[in-house]
Design a protein around this ligand. Structure first.
Ligand SMILES: [Ca+2]
Length: 372
């Protein structure tokens, strides 16, 4: 069994420059912000280049268009059959974090004033790309536990990287699964046997509330404290001023769902320039949107070394309100947090280059030119 003690954070630091394609399960909230779309686009571009193999793409939210949005992007890149899933019975519901009510998938599209926390962009994606998805409502998708267990059971030992850019609900639920028809192993044993690494976009460094950790904080507490493999964190501080996506928003050529999402949600340069409060500049920058999730994909597929330095330490959830802390521990820290190495502008250029690549096996562009 591969444990943190056996491989250790020190071993993670050497995990770069993989010769074989990295086997990745991608776990995203796809509920409000849209760096998730950039991250999934980067992952597909890296798969097209033979750098990774995408095993599954699951949502960490439910009662919304998250799974359908994932499927639209998978379809664009010519991988419409990728396994998907969503949590059942717990987790962040609806289109606004913490919402108790389900959002009606048939509700009017487009308006930015609705109480949907920004999920309108994903419902719009489904409306604009009809026929490109199988699950309009994430609640109709398979249980993420089943997807995880089926995919993991079929893979070689110690071969799978999980890249999470959303909530931790699925990881917690997976750890709590028991033996079933898919595998005689319980969740924790299955993870320890099959998973090499969990790359998590999480952690407010050095202390605070981070979006992905806090909204299902009990799952974060359980998952991060009980996870039996190394974990690398791409923390909120790293990504918040690494801006990417304007390149894809402004690229020439036919429309596509990645371009649509970024073009529809990045403010014009002039608007940012005039923003006296500098709020837009902090959120978007001239380069696009903060690339929290895309950096996690780079780490998952290319490793830490090409673009990042790192710090060993311990991540833990503290209290009951979704706070976390990071305690540096260069000698014995079980976790790793990425830090700056090459400039963030250079990292953003790498991300932009990936996001603007034409899909290798993508659908015929002409087929969706007719969409509104
Ligand atoms: Ca996300």
């Amino acid at each position: 069994m591969k444990t943190i003690a056996a491989l250790g954070a020190a071993g993670v630091l050497a995990l770069s420059g993989f010769a074989a394609p990295v086997k990745v399960i991608f776990d995203t909230d796809m509920i409000t912000d849209f760096d998730d779309v950039g991250a999934l686009a980067c992952l597909h571009a890296l798969a097209d280049a033979g750098e990774c193999e995408i095993l599954a793409t699951v949502s960490s939210t439910r009662g919304n268009a998250s799974v359908g949005a994932i499927e639209v992007i998978n379809h664009y890149y010519g991988r419409p059959g990728l396994p998907v899933g969503a949590p059942k019975g717990m987790g962040v519901m609806g289109a606004k974090p913490g919402a108790k009510e389900k959002v009606d998938p048939k509700s009017p599209l487009g308006g930015k004033s609705g109480n949907d926390g920004g999920h309108y962009k994903y419902r719009k994606l489904l409306a604009d790309y009809p026929g490109w998805y199988r699950h309009a409502d994430a609640d109709d998708a398979p249980d993420a536990n089943e997807t995880y267990r089926r995919v993991l059971a079929a893979q070689p030992d110690g071969s799978v990287t999980i890249c999470s850019v959303g909530f931790t609900t699925n990881m917690r639920r997976l750890l709590e699964t028991g033996p079933d028809a898919i595998s005689p192993l319980d969740g924790k044993t299955l993870v320890a046997k099959k998973v090499k690494l969990w790359v998590a976009m999480a952690c407010q460094y050095p202390f605070g509330q981070e979006y992905n950790s806090k909204w299902d904080s009990e799952s974060s507490r359980i998952a991060f404290s009980q996870w039996p493999t190394p974990i690398v964190f791409s923390d909120a501080k790293y990504g918040r001023d690494c801006f990417a996506g304007r390149a894809v928003a402004e690229m020439d050529g036919p429309r596509n769902p990645v371009k649509d999402v970024f073009a529809g949600n990045i403010p014009p340069r002039e608007e940012i320039r005039k923003d006296s409060a500098k709020w837009l500049r902090r959120c978007f920058g001239m380069g696009g949107r903060a690339a929290w999730d895309e950096t996690a994909v780079l780490v998952a597929v290319r490793g830490i070394e090409p673009y990042f330095n790192s710090e060993r330490g311990t991540f833990r959830m503290v209290g009951g309100k979704g706070d976390n802390e990071w305690a540096p521990d260069a000698e014995n820290g079980p976790h790793v947090r990425i830090t700056e190495k090459v400039s963030k502008a250079e990292v953003a250029r790498v991300i932009d280059e990936l996001m603007t690549r034409k899909p290798k096996h993508g659908v015929e562009q002409s087929k969706h030119e007719k969409a509104p």
